[in-house]
Design a protein around this ligand. Structure first.
Ligand code: HAM
Length: 398
């Protein structure tokens, strides 16, 4: 995330149920049958978050984040809850890693988000993935399409399940989410192609997104049936699937949602984002992530003899941390040899040694682990408040 300039956001575990009804949409599977909803003692209806785009936008509006910067790049890692039948890759409590870029209407932003999601999958070595891409156009032009879709499919209404008839009547786009194979056949055969209803601006936007992905050599395929199961999408939608997963093969999904901020009570601000299912990412990853460092680099390991150096060592570690160094100090009172082994295990850049001899001389020994170069510095110079910071830095340039 740091490579792409995204900052972490944390939102509460539950939100007002109304947020998801309005954000994700009545008629979606999530809102209709998957939310864990309860009433608190004050009679408020609350829901354990089933997704985080709506909560992030709620927080964005409430904290007036748009006033601070015209573009907010945010990411999250969190637990989510959906009442679904558990199976491989589908859990009732699961985890998502996601990113939302709020503020830009331009295709570069769609490309950045898709590239970020794609690179993440690649870095986890998830095998062969497919990027499916579609555009839903702008909702302003969707009215005619929805009318025609309803008109075309209502003829087959008596062949549809009660739920699918409800979808067709109240939220026709959601008919594409149907898991009923008969409905799927009818939709494939008789639904008018959404692409025919897309405006020229929407087509141009889509073309620019495709060009950007081609420039990055990210392979993708256009899939006109990819409407995604949440109501907020406008224009671009995408999903990344892995051949290593079974029926639940989507590692991540996302898209543009230019109207959500306004629908939830904010100004009209465009946005695009994605979320990755962490459990699915791990299921698909055979190897460990390649480029991701598995541990934080450690600046200093502080080796010391408790008698007589304990109090000084504690102060020294604090002083170094106050100056921005990461420091681990021995707390198991192991032998000096064992402490050095630990410094090596942790990959410390420097080891500071504070034994009886050093204490007596009022000095500390600094060793650069990679080169073995050693240097002695007076404790006084490290602790002296005025010159402390510079002196410490100078002491370490061995
Ligand atoms: P979503 O497609 O509902 O989109 O979920 C994104 C990913 O979360 C899925 O591709 C899947 O990997 C994982 N996932 C979903 N449900 C489960 C489950 N029950 N068990 C395990 N993993 C699951 C969203 O949530 C949107 N908020 C994405 C987004 C962000 N769109 C724009 N910004």
């Amino acid at each position: 995330m740091a490579l792409y300039g995204y900052q972490e956001i944390r939102t509460p575990a539950f939100e007002a149920t109304e947020l998801f009804r309005r954000g994700v949409g009545e008629g979606t599977d999530i809102v209709n049958k998957e939310m864990y909803t309860f009433t608190d003692l004050g009679g408020k209806e609350l829901t354990l978050c089933p997704e985080l785009t709506a909560p992030v936008i709620r927080a964005y509006i409430e904290n007036n984040m748009g006033a601070v910067t015209p573009i907010s790049r945010l990411y999250y890692i969190d637990s989510l809850f959906r009442q679904e039948r558990p199976q491989k890759g589908r859990l009732r409590q699961f985890h998502q890693f996601g990113a939302e870029a709020i503020g830009s209407p331009y295709p570069e932003q769609d490309v950045e988000i898709i590239a970020l999601a794609f690179e993440l999958c690649v870095s986890f070595a998830v095998g062969k993935v497919r990027v499916r891409l579609n555009t839903l156009g702008s909702p302003a032009h969707r009215g005619t399409y929805l009318e025609d879709l309803r008109g075309a499919l209502t003829r087959y209404g008596d062949q549809l399940s009660e739920l699918d008839r409800y979808r067709l009547e109240n939220n026709p786009l959601r008919i594409f989410d149907s898991k009923d194979t008969h409905t799927q056949k009818i939709v494939a055969q008789y639904a008018p192609p959404l692409w025919d209803y897309i405006s020229n601006e929407d087509r141009e936007h889509f073309q620019s997104v495709r060009n950007g992905l081609e420039a990055l050599k990210i392979p993708f395929e256009q899939d006109p049936s990819l409407v995604r199961g949440l109501d907020y999408y406008t224009r671009t939608t995408f999903e990344i699937t892995s051949e290593r997963l079974g029926a639940q093969d989507a590692i991540c999904g996302g898209g543009r949602y230019d109207d959500l901020v306004e629908e939830l009570g904010g100004k009209s601000v465009p946005a695009v984002g994605f979320a990755t299912g962490i459990e699915r990412l791990l299921l698909a990853a055979h190897e460990r992530p390649k480029e991701v460092p598995l541990r934080q680099p450690l600046d200093i390991f502080l080796v010391f003899e408790p008698e007589p150096a304990s109090a000084t060592a504690i102060r020294l570690a604090q002083r170094l941390r106050q100056n921005g160094y990461s420091v681990v100090m021995e707390t198991l009172r192991r032998s000096i040899k064992a402490q050095f082994r630990e410094a090596n295990r942790l990959g410390a850049h420097w080891t500071l040694i504070l034994g009886g001899k050093e204490m007596a001389a009022g000095r500390v020994e600094i060793k650069e682990m990679l080169t073995g170069t050693q240097k002695t510095v007076s404790l006084e110079s490290i602790f002296s408040s005025s010159r402390g910071y510079k002196q410490i830095l100078k002491s370490f340039s061995l």
